[in-house]
Design a protein around this ligand. Structure first.
Ligand code: KIV
Ligand code: ZN
Length: 515
């Protein structure tokens, strides 16, 4: 096979299924930033949200539709008129809008959740896809829980969807139940049984409950699927979704085996992964393929020896290929804006002049405290200065006293809605004093769920990166902060988490359908 048949459409659902990961809520501003980065990454379709679920989701999808130029902007909806109208309302101004409508097809879902017969489902598919098509030229239909559905019924469902105007038929493994061989056979079955299947793109959407989401997606491509739904870092409902970076690099590294390509600029993978970690607060496990901290680290003596003689002995792809800079140029306090701007570009960040100036300002502050500024430091600055929620709370100054003979005390200056307030408080240690004082000043009644500190680079002058997770009546907000002074990093992370909690409070998920 040659030509466009060989290109896999990358459908990114980080902003929709990814956002369903516990604690991963993003506000409109953050979603637009992510969408813009996904476009730079080169994804074909961005599933921006599920507009009927809340006014916040509707606004975010609409804002993304107004900003994105090259990628399609997809709005999700159940097979219900009001959902479809809401999705269309949110995406209609996009350059390339796409309605994605779905209904469950497995016996379990029909019996217990939908309480519908198979005939009723078929009618609903015909109606919802036709209505979607009357509004939007690009329609995708998904049969939820496809892999646990009756295969012949599923073929009938997709036949009706295509006849009603669906250009893409998606086969979700909603509960991560199938395996690569079975999924291959299912796609093969559908190719034989669904009428006019060649008129539609076959898409797959896999969950990772048994750790097989990526393998199942690859297997579906081998059987003829040409769209993969996936998320950055594999985040998503429960155990997550197919990881974008893994499927993309599988096809990239093993072109010889699969003979398919994608439109992804692989050098943008790492900056995108870091952006998602920063915004959602969901860390990437160190041994995660492609984007984990150890993905390119060679530890054993034999491996290091071989690697130093010839990289390809133990390296099947280079870190540079996925955008992990291995720069020999270390910046410091004498470096100018031009050098920083060049380094930002090499690291994959496309910032306008205004943003470069913001990064430069913070760069200079850090360079005053720390002799050498590494790529990881620059990345932390970008994430904090550029990709952060608009602030209700702004940390102005802190002074912390601690040691063997004093009671740990923190004095904090905070701007709340532009009004400056100042207070002092005690604690069991300097972090505790700081935390209690800031929380009290903001009038928060929250629980600290987790608190982690790590050094971004080596050395005692390394920046500390602090991640704080707060919970309040079932809501979880994550904040991150970094600074060479670990207490400043703590305060920055806490204030960031508070700003995110504020946002979550304003975002009511009414009677939101949750997938
Ligand atoms: O997992 C699932 O079935 C979904 C559908 C909406 C595609 O997320
Ligand atoms: Zn899903």
């Amino acid at each position: 096979m040659k030509g466009s048949q060989d290109r896999i459409i990358i459908f990114d659902t980080t902003l929709r299924d990814g956002e369903q990961s516990p604690g991963a809520s993003m506000d409109v501003h953050e979603k637009v930033l992510v969408a813009k980065q996904l476009e730079i990454l080169g994804v074909d379709k961005i599933e921006a949200g599920f507009p009927i679920t809340s006014p916040g989701d509707f606004d975010a999808v609409q804002a993304i539709a107004g900003e994105i130029e090259k990628s399609s902007v997809v709005g999700l909806c159940r097979a219900k008129d009001e959902d479809i109208q809401a999705a269309w309302g949110a995406i209609k101004d996009a350059r390339k809008p796409c309605i994605h409508t779905f209904i469950a097809t497995s016996d379990i879902h029909l019996k217990y959740q939908l309480r519908m017969s198979q005939d009723e489902v078929l009618k609903s598919v015909e109606h919802s896809v036709s209505l979607s098509k009357s509004l939007c030229a690009d329609v995708e239909f998904s049969a939820m829980d496809a892999t646990r559905s009756d295969w012949d019924f599923l073929a009938d469902v997709y036949t009706v969807a295509i006849a009603s105007g669906a250009g893409t038929i998606n086969v979700p493994d909603t509960v991560g139940y199938t395996n690569p061989q079975e999924f291959f056979n299912l796609i093969t079955h559908l190719k034989k049984k669904v009428k006019d299947i060649e008129k539609a793109v076959i898409s797959v959407h896999c969950h990772n409950d048994l750790g097989m989401a990526v393998a199942n997606s690859v297997s579906a491509v081998m059987a003829g699927a040409r769209q993969i739904e996936c998320t950055i870092n594999g985040i998503g409902e429960r155990a997550g979704n197919t990881s974008l970076e893994e499927v993309v690099m599988i096809f990239n590294v093993r072109k010889d085996l699969y003979g398919v390509t994608s439109n992804i600029d692989t050098t943008q993978i790492y900056p995108t992964s870091r952006l998602i970690t920063h915004i959602t607060g969901i860390p990437v496990q160190p041994n995660k393929a492609i984007v984990g901290a150890n993905a390119f680290a060679h530890e054993s003596g034999i491996h290091q020896d071989g690697y130093l003689k010839e990289r390809s002995t133990y390296e099947i792809m280079t870190p540079e290929a996925v955008g992990l800079g291995t720069s020999s140029l270390v910046l410091g306090k004498h470096s100018g804006k031009h050098a920083l701007s060049k380094r930002l570009e090499q690291l994959g960040y496309r910032l306008d002049d205004k943003d470069v100036k913001k990064v430069f300002k913070r760069f200079k502050e850090i360079a005053d405290k720390k002799k050498e500024i590494f790529d990881e430091d620059i990345e932390a600055i970008v994430l904090e200065e550029i990709y952060r929620v608009p602030d209700k709370y702004v940390l102005k100054n802190i002074v912390v006293n601690s040691g063997t003979v004093v009671v740990p005390t923190a004095t904090v200056q905070l701007a709340v809605d532009n009004k400056l307030i100042q207070e002092a408080g005690f604690g069991n240690g300097p972090v505790d004093a700081l935390y209690k004082t800031i929380i009290r000043m903001a009038g928060f009644d929250v629980e600290l769920k987790s608190f982690t500190v790590k050094a971004i680079t080596g050395g005692t002058d390394a920046q500390g990166e602090v991640t704080i997770e707060l919970t309040d009546k079932g809501r979880t907000a994550v904040g991150q902060g970094s600074d060479p002074d670990i207490l400043v990093a703590c305060a920055r992370a806490l204030v960031n988490a508070m700003n995110r909690m504020e946002f979550l409070k304003t975002r009511q998920r009414s009677d939101a359908p949750h997938l």
